[in-house]
Design a binder for this molecule. Structure first.
Ligand SMILES: [Zn+2]
Length: 662
C-alpha cells in the first residue's frame, strides 16, 4: 500500500530537468590529457575563429551590476545557485583537458548580473540556467521567463529593484513550456494578485499540457539521464564540469507554476501590454512543444527566446524527449529574419547573451537558420542514399562558412547526436537491417562477443595497445562490452573510464563532455548514492490532469503480477466532482473518465486534494484510509491487491554497466 506514496516524487524530480545537487569533491582519479587528446584539442583550435572576441563584448554590454560571488539558498539551506567554484575559468587559455571552443564558451557564460538592453528593457543573466527579461511598462513591470526556482527569480528581481524604480510586476510571459522558463513565477508575483486580475500571465497555446506533461510518463528515466547531460554530480574544475552550454547548471529550489490567464493561440498575435507593444509568434514543435518568440517594435528588440541562442541547440536532449523538428526550426528562424531582421537593433534570447546591430543580428539569424537546414538536408540526403544514422553522423562536417560563427557551434547540442536525431525523426531507431530487430541486448551480446574474441584478458591487452594509440572511441566501445560481460572486471572499468574521460576532454559539446565524464566516474566508483530529497512541486502536481495520474498509474503496473486478474474500481473525487473507472484486465490498466460501472469491485471516494497530498508525500494511502480521507466501499482487499502490483521507480539505475536481469 505504501508504494503509491512515491507516485510523483521522481516525476517531479524530472520536471526540474536537472538532477540532484551534489557538489562532489574533486575526483582524485581524473587523469591528465594524453598526447592524443592534446593533439586533438590543438587541431580543433587551429580551425576556430579564436580572434573573434565579440561575444565577450556582447555578454558584458550594458552591465549595471554583477553578482559573481552570490550564493542563493533553497528552503532547506541547500545551495540553489552559485557561480563559486568556477573561478578556474578566469584563465584565457584552455587547459589540455577542455576543448578550446567549449572553454571559450564557458568563459563567456560567466558574465552575470543586471544588464540594460535598451531603454525600459533589462535582463538578469547568470542567475540561473536561463535569463529573466524585465520590461518597464507604463505602470508596472513585464517579466519574461521567471527562471527555474522562486529563490533565483526573487534574487534577480531584487537586483533589478536595487537599480530601478520598484514598480509592481503586472504581467509575466512564459516563452515556453520548459521549467527553466516558468518555475520561479511565485518569486516575482503571488497567486492572489493573479486571481484578482492584477497580474496577467501570458503563454503560448498548449503551455499547461506540455509544462506539466512533458516529463511525467518517462520522468524517472529522464531524471537519471539528465544527470549525465548537465553534469551536476561532477566537480567544477578543469577535469570536470565547466558549463552546460545554455549557461551554468542549477539545482532546483522551489519550483512553482501559476496557470496562464491568457494564451497566444494564433500563429502571430499583436498585443499592447501596459503600454508595450509585443508581436508574439508561435514556434511549436521546435525547441519545445509550446513556444513563441517576441518582437518589440517600440524598442526594435527581437527576443528569439530559445529558438536562437548562442549555440547549436539539441534536436533531441540527451535526457530523452520526443525528437524535435529541425526543418520547422530552421523555418521559424528564417521567418523571424524575414519579418523582423531589418527592423531590429538588438536580438536577445532567454539563454546566453544578446547580439547588437542590425547587420550582425541578421547574419546570426541567417547562420542559425542555415545550421538547422544544413543538418536536416544533408542527413536526409544521405539517408535517401541508404546510409544509416551512425554512418551519416561520421560523414557530415559543418561547412567552414558556418563554423566561423561561434553561435553555430554545438556547445549544448552535439553534432553526431543531432544527426542521429534527424534520422530518428524520419525513420526511427531501426536501420532496416533485420538483424537489429532481434539483436541480443547489451549483456548477453557482450558475453558472446568477448568469448569469441578470446576472453577478457586477450581483449584487455589489445584495448590497452589501442588506448596508447589514442583510439579512445573504440577502446570505450570494447571496454563497455567487457563491463557488460562482467561488471566486476575492475581493469576493464578503469581502462574504460580513462577512454571515456579522454573523449570527454575532446568534446566541444558541454553536454557530451558531461556525459562522458559522468560515465567515467561511474565506471570508477559505481552508481552514485544520490541524496534523497523530494523536490515535489505542489503547483505542478495540482495542475496535473487526472488522466495523467491514471496514465502514470498504468506504467507502474507489473504486468506479470497482474496476469489473469480482472478488477474494476469506481473513483469519485468529491471536490472536483470527477468520476473515473479504473479497469484491470489482460495485464493492462485502462480507465474511463466521466463514468462509473455498476459491478465495480470497490468504489473509492476521496478528494483531489487528498490525492495531491499523497503524491506530495504529505500523507500515505494507508494513512489517508485510516483517517477516513479515502472511503472504500465494496471489496477493500482488492484495493490492496492492486496497490501491491504497482512498482515504484528508483532514479539510481545503472547507465554504463549491466542492469539487474528481470
Ligand atoms: Zn531553457
Amino acid at each position: 500500500m505504501k508504494k503509491i506514496n512515491t507516485l510523483f516524487t521522481t516525476t517531479v524530480l524530472a520536471l526540474a530537468t536537472h538532477a540532484a545537487w551534489a557538489q562532489a569533491p574533486a575526483a582524485p582519479q581524473a587523469k591528465d590529457a594524453t598526447a592524443a587528446t592534446r593533439a586533438a584539442n590543438q587541431s580543433a583550435r587551429a580551425q576556430m575563429p579564436l580572434g573573434d572576441k565579440q561575444s565577450f563584448e556582447d555578454a558584458k554590454r550594458g552591465l549595471i551590476e554583477s553578482a559573481t560571488d552570490q550564493l542563493i539558498l533553497g528552503p532547506t539551506g541547500r545551495p540553489v545557485w552559485t557561480l563559486k567554484g568556477y573561478e578556474f575559468l578566469s584563465k584565457e587559455d584552455a587547459p589540455d583537458t577542455v576543448h578550446p571552443g567549449l572553454w571559450r564558451h564557458a568563459r563567456v557564460n560567466m558574465a552575470n548580473g543586471l544588464f540594460k538592453v535598451t531603454d525600459r528593457m533589462y535582463q538578469v543573466r547568470g542567475f540561473d540556467l536561463s535569463n529573466m527579461t524585465i520590461i518597464e511598462g507604463d505602470t508596472g513591470l513585464i517579466v519574461v521567463d521567471p527562471l527555474v526556482s522562486t529563490e533565483t527569480a526573487k534574487a534577480a528581481l531584487n537586483l533589478f529593484y536595487k537599480h530601478r524604480p520598484r514598480k509592481p510586476v503586472v504581467a509575466v510571459i512564459y516563452s515556453h513550456s520548459h521549467v527553466d522558463h516558468f518555475g520561479g513565477v511565485r518569486g516575482v508575483v503571488n497567486g492572489d494578485d493573479v486571481a484578482a486580475g492584477k497580474v496577467k500571465i501570458i503563454a503560448p497555446a498548449g503551455f499547461m499540457e506540455e509544462a506539466v506533461g512533458e516529463n511525467v510518463i518517462a520522468g524517472n528515466a529522464m531524471s537519471r539521464r539528465a544527470m549525465y547531460q548537465f553534469g551536476m554530480l561532477l566537480p567544477r574544475n578543469e577535469k570536470g564540469q565547466v558549463d552546460a552550454g545554455l549557461g551554468k547548471p542549477t539545482a532546483p529550489g522551489t519550483i512553482s507554476l501559476i496557470a496562464p490567464t491568457q494564451l497566444i493561440e494564433k500563429p502571430v498575435e499583436k498585443h499592447r501590454i501596459d503600454g508595450i507593444d509585443i508581436v508574439f509568434e508561435l514556434t511549436p514543435g521546435a525547441e519545445a512543444p509550446a513556444e513563441m518568440i517576441m518582437y518589440h517594435p517600440q524598442f526594435k528588440v527581437l527576443n528569439m527566446t530559445e529558438i536562437a541562442t548562442q549555440n547549436m541547440h539539441n534536436l533531441l536532449p540527451m535526457r530523452g524527449a520526443l525528437v524535435r523538428d529541425a526543418l520547422s526550426w530552421s523555418k521559424y528562424i528564417g521567418g523571424a529574419l524575414q519579418r523582423y531582421g531589418d527592423k531590429s537593433d538588438v536580438m536577445i534570447a532567454q539563454h546566453n547573451w544578446p547580439v547588437w546591430g542590425g547587420d550582425r543580428l541578421q547574419r546570426t539569424l541567417k547562420n542559425q537558420r542555415d545550421t538547422y537546414k544544413f543538418l536536416h538536408d544533408q542527413t536526409v540526403r544521405l539517408m535517401n542514399h541508404g546510409y544509416v544514422a551512425s554512418e551519416i553522423a561520421e560523414n557530415i562536417q559543418m561547412p567552414p562558412s558556418l563554423s566561423q560563427d561561434w553561435s553555430t557551434h554545438p556547445f549544448y547540442g552535439h553534432l553526431k547526436h543531432n544527426i542521429k536525431a534527424i534520422y530518428q525523426r524520419y525513420l526511427g531507431y531501426y536501420d532496416g537491417n533485420p538483424v537489429n530487430l532481434e539483436a541480443l541486448p547489451p549483456a548477453p551480446a557482450a558475453k558472446k562477443t568477448i568469448e569469441y574474441m578470446g576472453g577478457a584478458d586477450a581483449v584487455l591487452k589489445r584495448a590497452r595497445e589501442d588506448f596508447a594509440r589514442g583510439e579512445y572511441r573504440w577502446v570505450a566501445q570494447v571496454t563497455s562490452q567487457l563491463v557488460f560481460a562482467d561488471a566486476t572486471n575492475q581493469e576493464a572499468r578503469t581502462l574504460g573510464a580513462e577512454a571515456y574521460e579522454q573523449l570527454g576532454y575532446q568534446m566541444e559539446s558541454a553536454t557530451a563532455r558531461n556525459a562522458f565524464l559522468q560515465g567515467a566516474a561511474e565506471l570508477r566508483n559505481g552508481v552514485p548514492k544520490l541524496p534523497s530529497f523530494v523536490s515535489a512541486s505542489p503547483d505542478v502536481i495540482r495542475a496535473l490532469p487526472l488522466d495523467m495520474f491514471f496514465d502514470f498509474l498504468g506504467v507502474r503496473l507489473n504486468g506479470d503480477k497482474a496476469q489473469g486478474k480482472t478488477m474494476a474500481f469506481n473513483w469519485h473525487f468529491t471536490d472536483t466532482q470527477q468520476k473515473y473507472v479504473l479497469n484491470l484486465e489482460n495485464s493492462a490498466l485502462t480507465y474511463m473518465a466521466d463514468a462509473q460501472v455498476p459491478n465495480a469491485d470497490a468504489t473509492l471516494t476521496l478528494s483531489r486534494a487528498t490525492l495531491d497530498d499523497i503524491s506530495l508525500q504529505k500523507t500515505t494511502f494507508p494513512a489517508a484510509l485510516q483517517a477516513g480521507l479515502i472511503v472504500v466501499s465494496g471489496k477493500r482487499e482488492k484495493v490492496g491487491e492492486l496497490l501491491g502490483m504497482l512498482e515504484s521507480f528508483s532514479v539510481g539505475f545503472p547507465m554504463v554497466e549491466p542492469r539487474t536481469p528481470r
